[in-house]
Design a protein around this ligand. Structure first.
Ligand code: P6P
Length: 352
């Protein structure tokens, strides 16, 4: 029985998880504790962001002569500094850095690789919108000391752990190491993440859809058909759904995880340089898909599970539809039906 005066801390949760699963090593404990530390530092700076303008932090230098870095650059520096001397990693990949980040040789003997987006949605900060950090942790698979792209280009199905931190009205770390999804809320008065959501389960079906409808004209006919469908009045199926879109992936996924429904960033023809949509596989979609599936939901590219996509490029993008299982399956049925119509294959035909 957890002592009510202290509660279940993140550290205790991880240790107890390690004890329950003998195959786990203490390394994952150390990694998750470092992520918690880095998140606390980022949370402190994000909460001060609005003050930057008032306190005269102008241009590249503030009043103390310190360099004022953009918060996403700051967050990247914090996570890299938290990870690069830990001895648990062989290589890192950050949304902020074009190439994989090597670990200093003396610390590069770790058995894990990490992909992270240090501050996703950072363009929203000036409007005080929730932003977040996302991470996915893989077992090292390349031979020898140090890591290579091989350790990063793994399908999400191979993730050892994943999670995000949402910097919102409170700072909350949501993670899974393969045994359910658990949420920990930061108590700033003691600087500790305390378990606030044990074993989060996403509703089987929800009545919220979340998409940037400004891209509607650029979506496929199937996606447009699905969006029109969820807007049609039909009380038996809870339609029309409510529309909620924050424009910050961590916040939109967090709401979807807790309330149900579907979040999507489809492929669109708006920017032909990004034919597979905007969101990146390794440090946005795969970690989020892992969490959603661990919570009983589904995450799809529209034609198959995100977790089954084998990456070919470290910053590659994929179409992303995730949330309640029934909602995602419904979206996939629209895509299958439109594809069948386009290819002339009658639905349910024998020539499968
Ligand atoms: P749009 C933030 O810039 C981000 O990468 C995600 O956090 C978010 O889901 C998406 O882009 C929003 O993109 O095109 O709707 O502004």
């Amino acid at each position: 029985m957890v002592d009510k005066k202290i509660g279940m801390t993140l550290t205790r949760h991880i240790y107890e998880g390690e004890r329950e699963h003998p195959d786990a090593t203490g390394e994952l404990t150390g990694i998750l504790n470092q992520i918690a530390l880095a998140s606390k530092i980022v949370s402190r700076e994000v909460s001060k962001a609005g003050l930057a303008q008032i306190l005269g932090f102008t241009g590249r230098e503030n009043v103390q002569g310190e360099n004022v870095r953009k918060l996403d650059v700051f967050a990247n520096d914090v996570f890299v500094a938290a990870f690069n001397h830990l001895g648990h990693f062989c290589i890192m990949l950050s949304e902020e850095v074009p190439e994989p980040i090597e670990i200093p040789e003396r610390y590069s003997g770790g058995q894990y690789a990490i992909c992270f987006d240090p501050l996703d949605g950072s363009s929203n900060i000036d409007a005080n919108v929730s932003v977040g950090s996302i991470f996915g942790i893989y077992h090292k698979i390349s031979p020898g000391q140090g890591g290579t792209k091989e350790d990063l280009l793994q399908p999400g199905r191979a993730l050892a752990a994943a999670g995000y931190v949402v910097y919102g009205s409170s700072t909350m770390l949501v993670m899974s190491a393969g045994h359910g999804v658990h949420g920990f809320t930061l108590d700033p008065s003691v600087g500790e993440f305390l378990e606030s959501h044990h074993n989060i389960r996403i509703p089987e079906r929800g009545t919220i859809y979340s998409a940037n409808e400004g891209n509607y004209p650029y979506w496929s006919e199937a996606v447009r058909g699905y969006i029109s469908y969820v807007k049609q009045p039909d009380s038996a199926s809870g339609r029309p759904y409510s529309s909620r879109y924050i424009g910050s992936m961590v916040a939109d996924v967090h709401r979807t995880l807790l309330y149900g429904g579907i979040f999507m960033y489809p492929a669109d023809t708006k920017n032909l340089a990004k034919p597979h949509g905007k969101l990146r596989l390794l440090y946005e979609c795969a970690p989020m898909a892992y969490l959603i599936e661990q919570a009983g939901g589904a995450a799809s590219t529209g034609t198959g599970p995100v977790l089954d996509v084998v990456p070919t490029e470290i910053h590659q993008r994929v179409p992303f539809f995730a949330g309640s299982r029934e909602n995602v399956e419904e979206l996939e049925s629209f895509i299958a039906r439109y594809d069948d119509a386009r290819t002339g294959k009658a639905v349910g035909s024998s020539n499968e």
